[in-house]
Design a protein around this ligand. Sequence first.
Ligand code: FES
Ligand code: FES
Length: 176
Amino acid sequence: MVKTTRVEMVVNGRTVGPSDVPDTLPMVDYLNDYLGLTGTKFGCGIGVCHACVVIVDNPDGSSQTMRTCINSAATFAGKSVRTIEGHANSEGKLSPLQQAFVDNFAFQCGYCTSGFLNEATRFVEALEKSPIPKSSVEDAVENALGKHLCRCTGYFRYYAAVRDLILANPNLTVDG
Ligand code: FES
Ligand code: FES
């Protein structure tokens, strides 16, 4: 008999569940198969490539990214989650980072893109609260996105898209 847990969470601002899911069900499968949110991608499946990350918003206003291949759906019970489907507005207008990715031709096959977008979004939102010196932006972007693997070797354009967006927004940096 498969052991199950009743889970309820908020995904992209909408409460989902409660539903009974197997304890071992990975979050990526819950998003893809139970909720039809197929933008979260299963890459390596062992926690290395970070293609599968989503954003988790904490009650204290902070946020973090979490991998959905190595964390079960039950791990996310009670949490507030953002996926790639939650970035554009209700009219379909892309978020500034999504638009920057498009403008920079940042991705090729796109398999890694939702992970990069979620990580970059969390990073830029953190800069809104805590700006960094302009001179450190290049390194900070590489550091923030450095765990994300792209088999199409699209790193440079991803990094450039995020760097240029940050440098174009005076609220995200300080002189220095
Ligand atoms: S698919 Fe989750 S880290 Fe690679
Ligand atoms: S764009 Fe193909 S894996 Fe990154």
